[in-house]
Design a protein around this ligand. Structure first.
Ligand code: HEC
Ligand code: HEC
Ligand code: HEC
Ligand code: HEC
Length: 531
């Protein structure tokens, strides 16, 4: 114990010394600057190879980032074939890796006057992209008992706050007025952007302790519900930011003033990108284009299709108004020539409602009862979700897959093969987005529930006993979701090996439709049995 704390103090002192002197020399009275990831890389700071025992933070953040995190290779994405072809198609007049339009999200690229030291743009998305420019807080933040708030006052981004954290991710994973991905870029080869805080954090992978510790061994929040808070708050924030994006797009407030309307990437991709078959086989015709003129592409509602159920659960007043505004957005956006004013006014009225719900979720105490009610609604609504959009279905499949994998690492159920096959079936439905069939997906989802329930019956009866007593109906579905929720956080623990997102999202070879720009629309390619 004393060994550890001694070496820890030594590290902190050494770290402070290494950083403070040059930082003080260069940064006094100067505007806040970016100083590059190298400044964090000392082994005594954040560059340890292994997590340091007895430290509140892991101290191997740099190593995790450089070895495992795709952000450190974001610049290289630009220099590959797809990136260069995009530059050519988009007539950027420069290589992708020289184009500010691309560097904005693929690197740390502040204007020259904000560069504190010489650092390499090829280092990709690095520490200060997410944590903010460090010149002012770099030195002091290594001193003992230095408060996080003081760093924030000196320019550190407050990633501890789940809402601020999500906003930071979404600057690149959804876009801002000055940097965004539109259908023009997607058609040229860029993957479509979508996001989910909990899964994306796991895949990153996390280089921080979950739950956070106030000091070593002292969690400051209930470990059971961290992931649920991230998932739910992240959903609310991403809806808000998406509505803000829709608003500035409708109002033509892009920084480059290029006016594009309708912006196809706000619509359901598979509405336009699907294969045609015989009329009698068309599920679209079967369901009759509810809420829009036959043939007009629908608004992409995947950021709302699941979240709306949650919103209703926890804040019915705001949710009702949100529903009303989003019905207008959806109706208007699903017309051929959506009225930009009507869209902007409904979307900008809805955004603060989503924010209010986000704030509520970020501060909420989660417990089984809340989660149960919430998840019951989601499973009850599987059919609507499947019909909403292929992207909404994708969300459902990803959730089940990652959660089941997490669960089965610890104890394999006796019918593991059957469950796996059922989940594979869901992904198969999404493998070719052009061939997406909502009815088939919904029935696979039902089959999945059925199979999983049997596995739950046989393997976790005792854990679920109390639930059986408490609740009498829809029990099968709910029990599945209880398990799903319970393993949710466990997934984070072995995020590094977990195939959450990563298995199909990071594939680079044959079979990676979206990645190679061959007409896939960003849907997953399931890569086989992961369990
Ligand atoms: C708004 C931010 C943003 C902008 C601007 C942007 N990108 Fe990206 N790009 C991303 C994100 C985020 C991803 C990862 C998407 C994912 O996996 O969900 C990505 C992924 C990519 C990929 C796929 C990488 C891989 O590992 O398969 C390529 C290629 C790419 N971008 C090229 C470009 C080019 C070229 C430009 C400029 C024309 C550009 N990007 C501009 C955010 C951006
Ligand atoms: C893509 C965004 C991103 C990048 C890049 C990134 N981080 Fe982080 N980092 C986060 C997030 C999000 C958290 C979690 C915030 C929290 O819970 O406080 C975090 C947490 C941390 C923590 C723990 C903070 C605490 O108080 O518990 C440290 C230390 C840290 N990062 C250092 C680094 C270093 C060093 C680098 C570069 C080598 C880096 N980060 C790169 C997003 C990022
Ligand atoms: C400065 C822009 C930027 C910020 C901020 C950012 N990202 Fe990224 N992210 C990217 C780019 C660009 C890529 C694509 C890298 C590549 O494929 O080479 C990416 C890729 C990823 C991937 C890998 C996706 C895949 O295809 O496997 C994950 C996961 C991810 N980001 C999560 C996050 C999370 C979580 C946050 C917030 C804590 C965040 N990102 C913040 C730009 C950013
Ligand atoms: C309103 C109809 C419409 C919507 C909605 C739409 N697209 Fe497109 N997309 C097109 C058209 C038209 C083209 C050009 C096709 C051509 O020239 O053959 C295209 C081209 C593409 C291409 C290149 C095609 C290829 O064969 O390489 C990709 C990839 C793509 N879109 C992806 C998407 C994604 C992802 C979305 C949703 C975020 C989306 N599209 C939404 C109409 C649409």
């Amino acid at each position: 114990m004393s060994d550890t704390s001694n070496s820890c103090i030594l590290r902190v002192v050494l770290c402070a010394w290494l950083i403070t002197i040059p930082a003080l020399l260069s940064a006094q009275n100067e505007p806040i600057k970016y100083i590059g990831p190298g400044s964090c890389a000392a082994t005594s700071c954040h560059g340890s190879v292994k997590p340091i025992a007895g430290s509140r933070i892991l101290q191997n953040e740099y190593s995790t980032w450089i070895i495992k995190d795709k952000h450190s290779r974001a610049y290289q994405a630009l220099t590959g074939d797809v990136g260069e072809r995009m530059a050519h198609i988009l007539k950027l007049g420069a290589k992708a890796e020289e184009a500010p339009k691309c560097l904005a999200c693929h690197s740390l690229n502040p204007p020259p006057e904000q560069r504190g030291r010489a650092f390499e743009i090829s280092e990709g998305v690095s520490c200060e992209n997410c944590h903010g420019p460090a010149s002012a807080w770099l030195g002091p933040h290594t001193t003992k008992s230095w408060a996080h708030e003081k760093s924030v006052a000196l320019g550190m981004h407050d990633t501890r706050d789940v809402i601020h954290r999500t906003e930071k991710c979404l600057e690149c994973h959804l876009g801002t007025k000055s940097k965004s991905v539109d259908h023009e870029m997607i058609a040229a080869g860029h993957p479509d952007l979508y996001f989910e805080l909990d899964s994306f954090s796991a895949v990153m992978p996390r280089h921080w302790k979950v739950p956070r510790e106030s000091e070593p061994g002292k969690p400051v929040e209930d470990p059971a519900w961290v992931g649920v808070r991230e998932w739910s708050t992240g959903q609310a924030v991403q809806l808000r930011v998406a509505l803000e994006r829709l608003t500035w797009r409708a109002k033509n407030e892009r920084a480059d003033k290029k006016d594009v309307w309708p912006e196809y990437s706000e619509l359901s991709c598979v509405a336009c990108h699907h294969a045609l078959g015989a009329s009698k086989d068309s599920w679209r015709q079967e369901h009759g284009y509810i809420g829009r003129r036959p043939g007009d592409p629908a608004w992409n509602s995947s950021r709302y299709a699941v979240f709306r159920l949650l919103a209703k659960q926890i804040d019915s007043a705001n949710a009702l108004e949100l529903d009303r505004q989003l019905l207008t957005v959806s109706n208007e956006m699903s017309k051929l020539n959506a009225d930009r004013n009507a869209v902007a006014s409904a979307a900008s009225a809805a955004a603060p409602l989503a924010q209010r719900i986000a704030e509520r979720l970020a501060a909420m105490q989660f417990d089984q009862a809340v989660a149960l009610r919430m998840l019951q609604r989601i499973s009850d609504d599987a059919e609507n979700i499947a019909l909403a959009d292929e992207r909404a279905a994708e969300q459902a499949a990803m959730a089940l897959d990652s959660l089941y994998i997490a669960y089965s690492k610890d104890s394999k159920p006796s019918n593991a093969a059957e469950v796996r096959a059922a989940i594979n079936g869901l992904f198969q439905q999404l493998e070719n987005p052009s061939a997406y069939n909502a009815d088939q997906f919904a029935s696979s989802l039902r089959r999945q529930n059925h199979v999983s329930n049997r596995f739950i019956d046989s393997s976790v009866e005792s854990c679920t006993h109390w639930i059986f007593r408490a609740i009498d109906e829809s029990i099968r579905n709910m029990v599945l979701w209880v398990i799903v929720l319970a393993v949710h956080d466990a997934a984070a623990a072995f995020a590094v090996d977990s195939p959450r997102l990563g298995a199909w999202r990071s594939c680079a070879g044959a079979g990676c439709g979206a990645r190679s720009g061959n007409g896939g629309v960003g849907a997953p390619r399931y890569s086989g049995d992961q369990s």
